[in-house]
Design a protein around this ligand. Sequence first.
Ligand SMILES: Cc1cc2nc3c(=O)[nH]c(=O)nc-3n(C[C@H](O)[C@H](O)[C@H](O)COP(=O)(O)OP(=O)(O)OC[C@H]3O[C@@H](n4cnc5c(N)ncnc54)[C@H](O)[C@@H]3O)c2cc1C
Length: 405
Amino acid sequence: MSQQTIVVVGAGQAGAWAARTLRNEGFAGHVVLVGYEAHPPYERPPLSKEQLQPDPTQMDSLLSAAEMADLDIDWLPSLACVRIDRVARQIVLSNDETIGYDKLILATGGIARVPPLPGIDAPCVHTLRTLDDAQRLRSALKPGAHLLVIGGGWIGLEVAASARQLGCNVTLVESGATLCGRTGSPALSAYLTDLHASHGVDLRLSSGVAALENTSSAGCRAVLADGSSVNVHLVVVGIGLIQNDAVASQAGLECDHGVIVDRQCRTSDPDIFAAGDVTAMREDQGLLRLESWQNAQDQGIAAARAVLGQAVDYRPVPYFWSQQYDTMVQLAGRSAPGAIQVTRGDASRMMVVDLTADGRVLSAIVANNPRDFRTLRKFVSDGTRIDAGRFADPAMPLAKLAIAA
Ligand SMILES: Cc1cc2nc3c(=O)[nH]c(=O)nc-3n(C[C@H](O)[C@H](O)[C@H](O)COP(=O)(O)OP(=O)(O)OC[C@H]3O[C@@H](n4cnc5c(N)ncnc54)[C@H](O)[C@@H]3O)c2cc1C
């Protein structure tokens, strides 16, 4: 019998974990890992944090070239999969070569969304998704430079914080009325607003950029929606992600802003699986899209196990963290319509949970307190019920809050 080939497309975090797991789980056939980037797989969180600090350290690989050789993973860097031929069960690469597969895992992640603004193609405009993006941005962030950040979500805020730490002036424009509005927590938005205002970021909420004028490599004039303008040396766009699902969609796989998968990471083709930022997971309430480090790892592992025929039932408890200045914010779980939001102590502590009417902890947000966060994260994953009044009292130890079932 000829040996089986499993091809993983996308050598990011999810793809690397999928390829590694195939070997960890004993798969002895041919494993191919196709990656558009020239670098071995690496993790992206440091790109907006450590990599934008004064003396960035060398980035570690998640799976080095030597490890891939040891694991007998056939890594094909700097190549894109441009087409999937589902009938012939092969992929076509950007160099016109084809690779046949028995099973295929798509882990193609996403690219930074860019608004269709006049001037947006100028050399002073940056996005931040790859190591190459981070290195280009880092060399442009000179002390005293004026940076415009478009977007008050996680990446925009982390870039703003790093730039302030490098001695840049920062103006941040956010079209919504609050920072990180998608988290649905007014307490968190207020906390982040105070944090950045106190570090001297010029926050322009409920505002937008209408055009970038007089663009050059040395900067531009950003015209805001209210007609005012600001002269800046560089611009970073941080307004979210577009899933790299074009190849999947052209192959006729079911997609909706991401490749639709089930809890076994299966797409609408039984031989094709997907993991990481590129997925939209079908569940009773709709489609779940998670763009996070934890999900990229866990879903990559789950996809590989499912490909090998193991029983997989992927039910992630969302987890995300962000580092800004000396502040670490951690989030777990998901809120739901009608949830009751309870703050512990005063708002400056930033410890908030969302509870169901009967006290079950749906989600938690905590700043600068990893120990308490661990307890709350466990409450979320265990579906623990707590008393809202006792949680609000910071004198009550968290460990004693659980209500017996
Ligand atoms: C700057 C930054 C900071 C972040 N910080 C945090 C954080 O603090 N906490 C957190 O939880 N999460 C964070 N994240 C999110 C986290 O890094 C992502 O969720 C994770 O990287 C997703 O992994 P992935 O493998 O699904 O996709 P990606 O990391 O996007 O990898 C996909 C890979 O596939 C390649 N590819 C795409 N199409 C093709 C193709 N057709 N052929 C071949 N290769 C292809 C791409 O080039 C890329 O290398 C951050 C992300 C960024 C960008």
